[in-house]
Structures are given as C-alpha cells and as structure tokens.
Write a protein that binds this ligand. Structure first.
Ligand SMILES: [Zn+2]
Ligand SMILES: [Zn+2]
Length: 75
C-alpha cells in the first residue's frame, strides 16, 4: 500500500513545503526540521503492518534524512 498522489500533495501543503519531523533522534535538527521538501518521502506514521492507513492523518512529510531516521525507510 502507498499514499495516493493526492494525499502526498495534501501532506506537503499541510507541512508548508517543509519537513514536519520533530523527532529528537535526528542529529541534523532540533525542534522541527523544516528542511525544504524538494526531494522528500511520505512516511506512514503508523506502519501498514501495524494497522496504519493511507489517509492524510497517517501521512508525515519528511525529508530523506529524517525518513531514514524513522527506521522504516522506503515504507
Ligand atoms: Zn527532515
Ligand atoms: Zn527529523
């Protein structure tokens, strides 16, 4: 399963075009990341395998380094 283009566009818009990661485990930012979402990934906040869906509420717009940091890169 994957997010639709429509959902990804909405997530990017919701994020203001900037990475919305607030993970403290990311070494390249404190607080919110705010890296411009040029090359970015739509991350499932709750993994599909854990019952997460493909809706906007489960979609997090992340820059590539932040997505790698989630431990579920590619998913
Ligand atoms: Zn980021
Ligand atoms: Zn991050």
């Amino acid at each position: 399963m994957a997010f639709s283009q429509e959902t990804k566009d909405a997530a990017r818009k919701r994020a203001g075009g900037k990475c919305e990661c607030t993970r403290s485990g990311c070494s390249h930012h404190t607080g919110r990341c705010n890296t411009a979402l040029n090359n970015w990934h739509a991350h499932h906040k709750t993994a599909i395998s854990s019952g997460g869906g493909d809706g906007l509420s489960n979609c997090e717009a992340l820059c590539v380094p932040c997505h790698q940091n989630t431990g579920s890169y590619g998913g």
